[in-house]
Design a binder for this molecule. Structure first.
Ligand SMILES: Nc1ncnc2c1ncn2[C@@H]1O[C@H](COP(=O)(O)OP(=O)(O)O)[C@@H](O)[C@H]1O
Ligand SMILES: [Mg+2]
Length: 256
């Protein structure tokens, strides 16, 4: 089977500073991969490279078998392959929720108005915002705005979704509603890469966890093995720190 995402020998530098030092990564169709790691380890850069938002110095990136690095594809093709959700929602403030979701299908895919509208309504209902179609972002909570952003990405019908710390900008009480939407997508069989600091969430929704540090993949494995018996010292150290914040320990009690 052709993997959904295949990254080989990816190197990325900003000037002289090498940020990604030879990343190899495979994500199968329908897999949910969570990427964790300290701030500055290169997680966002990796996601941006996969979505072709960055040029790269070496290596190859394939999405569903198609080579996408090196400016081979235009933004339209890329947006059909992979949708990306950022920490900041980046909605158009002057457009309603529905208009935000319909804009790219209308302008990029050239869908007829009625069809774009129907797609937008269905997606906003799916993320629990069927009653806020006409609200502008300023009238929506952060959690609602992020759900609109997810609906907007889905409106392009991408084959892969990448989430870069989708709940990091949210007040704690709004995190759950966004994670629930992402979990729902995961259950639907969508191929996803999720960069997150939400350890319990990562454990529950992922088929695989990958730990990055200093521009390298340090360790990866199933959530069960990863959270109970990480093999590398750097992984243990990071996990211990992250889990102690939420009153948990590696492999001690069930992470509930
Ligand atoms: N556009 C850029 N120009 C220069 N340095 C950058 C740029 N983007 C990221 N970096 C640097 O790359 C490193 C990794 O950043 P990033 O991928 O955002 O890490 P993470 O998402 O894991 O926190 C950091 O040291 C950051 O300062
Ligand atoms: Mg980041």
């Amino acid at each position: 089977m052709i993997p959904a995402i295949e990254v080989r020998g990816l190197r990325k530098a900003f000037g002289k500073l090498e940020i990604l030092r030879g990343i190899d990564l495979t994500v199968d169709d329908g897999e949910v991969l969570s990427v964790i790691g300290p701030s500055g380890s290169g997680k966002s850069t990796l996601a941006r490279c996969i979505c072709c938002l960055e040029s790269i110095q070496a290596g190859e990136i394939r999405l569903h078998g198609e080579r996408v690095d090196g400016g081979r594809l235009g933004s339209r093709e890329i947006s059909r392959l992979a949708g990306m959700i950022f920490q900041q929602f980046n909605l158009w403030p002057h457009l309603t929720a529905l208009q935000n979701v319909c804009l790219a299908p209308l302008q990029v895919l050239g869908l007829p108005l009625e069809e774009a509208r129907e797609r937008g309504v269905t997606l906003l209902e799916r993320v629990g915002l069927g009653d806020r179609l006409d609200a502008r972002p300023g009238r929506l909570s952060g959690g609602q705005q992020q759900r609109v952003a997810i609906a907007r990405a889905l409106a392009m019908e991408p084959r892969i979704m990448l989430f870069d710390e989708p709940t990091s900008a949210l007040d704690p009480e709004l995190v759950g509603e966004v994670l629930e939407v992402i979990a729902d997508l995961a259950r639907s069989g969508m191929t996803m890469v999720i960069i997150t600091h939400e350890m319990l969430f990562a454990r529950d929704v992922s088929s695989r966890i990958l730990f990055m540090d200093e521009g390298e993949v340090v360790e990866e494995g199933s959530p069960e093995v990863f959270f109970t018996a990480p093999t590398k010292a750097r992984t243990r150290q990071f996990l211990q720190r992250m889990l102690s914040h939420i009153g948990q320990e590696i492999g001690k009690e069930p992470l509930r």
